[in-house]
Design a protein around this ligand. Structure first.
Ligand code: GLU
Length: 554
């Protein structure tokens, strides 16, 4: 007569190690706080993943614990080869440091709890599932797709809760003899969990973020090992998070409904259940004003590539995400303007419990706040790095990085205009704004733009001879060291002589043809080839007398 243990032996004759052996190899960590990021490599880095992984990392760091990366590639249909690098580079871009994972050269593992890629852990999952087979808590199942489909149809038709459970699982109650015979006849099967619950049972658990949750318990005999020998996500989660000694499973809210099953599985193995923490999903308003989850298919901003292309600073994004995670952050930041966001402690219990609204306008303002706050040297370094990596087509003109490097000191002075002053115009919402506000400072670019400008009408309204004379006089007395007020008075005085009224009253009453504002615009366009620029006097100061004179006289 075949015993239950014989079935386990028959299926996994070569698996000799036990879970206890594995536990010796991967002992409890000295500091028990450990979290992980466990993405599937699909070739796409969702902003929600950055949100979750930042919290996972930050939480571990706050407790001097470990944060590791595990690649969940057991669904090989979905796998993309370069996706692992995309994930690692993505996390690094946001300053998230990975302690352990496939982060060595050529994705070799770093850390003592590997392999960190699930497809390399097949033997471990077999040890786990063999254990459940021995305990009769799992069983092989030969149901074909067609059979499963028939059951689904029948359940829909009779309005019965769908799933493979109870009598719907035809192999659940077979004897060891019957199973042994079938294994000999057909080695192609999956292994299912024998769920201890039925449709009526409810369960409760404590989510660190969401608090106490009550749900219907799992009643499904879910698949643990697929017919290709690889585990499903559920079995892998138990084996990996136990052996990798994860204390806090911080993961997307969409996994919340799997908790009853996962707790059943931990119990089946008689293993401790980790702390579950499910941060709320990132939401947005759709066209009809309803909140919905940020969607990979519908929303370009779901992909972090979007933020890179649009010139957002990684720190700006992270600050915004912290805002979403814990609304206390905004006040903390105001009270601690000199501290880094890394000094703010995220308290999981305080995190928002329902969906966090991801709003691009608010993100831009946070990003703008970040770019206004950092030192000009840092702004220069960060925007240069960005310009070196991201080069939009410039139609034959040098790219921004080349221009910035052509004169770093001049570039920094140009960036620095009115920064950190009460007048701070918050010039840059994103790195992308820097390009249009810097390009005209460089002479080669100004010449090119000015050449094109001359074709346009704006300056035809002025009498060329009068403007030439004005420029000659203005340039001859130009003194950039003079205080701004005096320079403005001087401009008004000279302007008057050439027909520019100093104010509206003069303009109405006297012979003036133009106003001082027109003159300022004339200077602005002549110097910058743009109607909107930072403060004109500061621009002149940065450009220096020689350059200003040359541009005005051109
Ligand atoms: N690979 C799973 C996913 O991408 C991970 C879920 C988890 O963190 O446990 O959804």
């Amino acid at each position: 007569m075949t015993t239950r243990s014989d079935i386990a032996e028959l299926i996994f004759p070569d698996t000799k190690e036990t879970i206890a052996d594995l536990e010796k190899k991967f002992p409890a960590r000295k500091n028990p706080i450990c979290s992980r990021f466990a993405p599937s490599p699909t070739g796409f880095l969702h902003i929600g993943w950055v949100y979750a992984s930042f919290i996972e990392w930050k939480f571990a760091k706050q407790h001097d614990g470990t944060f590791f990366l595990r690649i969940e590639d057991t669904d090989q249909k979905r796998e993309v080869e370069w996706a692992v690098d995309l994930i690692i580079d993505g996390l690094r871009f946001f300053g998230i440091q990975i302690d352990e994972g496939p982060v060595g050269e050529n994705n070799t593992d770093v850390g003592n709890y590997g392999p960190y890629t699930q497809s390399q852990r097949k033997n471990i999952y077999q040890i786990f599932v063999k254990h459940l087979l021995q305990k009769w808590l799992a069983y092989p199942c030969w149901m074909s797709e067609a059979e499963l489909e028939t059951i689904r149809e029948q359940q829909t038709k009779t309005k019965v809760t769908p799933g493979i459970y109870g009598n719907y699982s035809v192999r659940r109650n077979k004897t060891p003899d019957e199973i042994a015979a079938q294994i000999q006849a057909n080695p192609n099967f999956v292994i299912r969990f024998r769920s201890p619950a039925d449709l009526t049972k409810r369960m409760t658990f404590e989510d660190v973020i969401k608090g106490k949750i009550e749900m219907i318990d799992n009643y499904n005999d879910i698949v643990l090992i697929k017919s290709d020998g690889l585990p499903t996500y559920h079995l892998a989660h138990i084996a990996d998070d136990h052996l990798m000694r994860v204390s806090h499973v911080i993961r997307g809210e969409e996994r919340l409904t799997s908790v009853p099953l996962h707790i059943q599985l931990f119990n089946a193995f008689a293993l401790p259940v980790p702390q579950y923490c499910h941060p709320a999903s990132l939401l947005k308003f759709d066209e009809d004003g309803n909140k919905r989850k940020l969607s990979k298919r519908k929303d370009p901003e779901a992909d972090i590539a979007y933020f890179f292309e649009h010139g957002y600073a990684p720190q700006g994004i992270i600050e915004y995400l912290i805002n979403l995670a814990d609304p206390r952050f905004e006040d903390w930041q105001k009270a601690n303007p000199d501290k880094s966001y890394l000094d703010f402690d995220i308290v999981l219990e305080n995190m928002s419990k329902s969906g966090a609204l991801f709003d691009l306008v608010k993100l831009q303002s946070v990003n703008n706040g970040y770019l206004s706050r950092i030192s000009t040297q840092q702004l220069y370094n960060e925007s240069l790095t960005r310009a070196q990596k991201y080069k939009p087509a410039t139609a034959g003109r040098p790219d921004l990085a080349t221009l910035m490097l052509s004169d770093p000191a001049y570039t920094q002075s140009a960036l620095n205009i009115e920064r950190h002053t009460p007048k701070d115009p918050k010039r840059f919402s994103t790195y992308a704004d820097i390009e249009s506000q810097l390009r005209f400072f460089y002479d080669s670019e100004w010449e090119e733009m000015n050449g094109k400008l001359k074709m346009e009408d704006w300056w035809l309204q002025y009498d060329k001879e009068i403007m030439k004379k004005f420029v000659a006089e203005y340039v001859s007395v130009l003194n950039l060291e003079m205080p701004v007020e005096e320079r403005f008075t001087q401009l008004k005085e000279i302007g008057k002589k050439y027909g520019f009224a100093s104010n509206n009253a003069e303009f109405k009453e006297w012979w003036y043809i133009w106003k001082i504002g027109d003159l300022a615009m004339f200077l602005r366009i002549q110097l910058c080839c743009a109607t909107q620029t930072p403060d004109l006097y500061s621009v002149m100061q940065v450009m220096g007398k020689e350059r200003v004179s040359k541009r005005l006289q051109a």
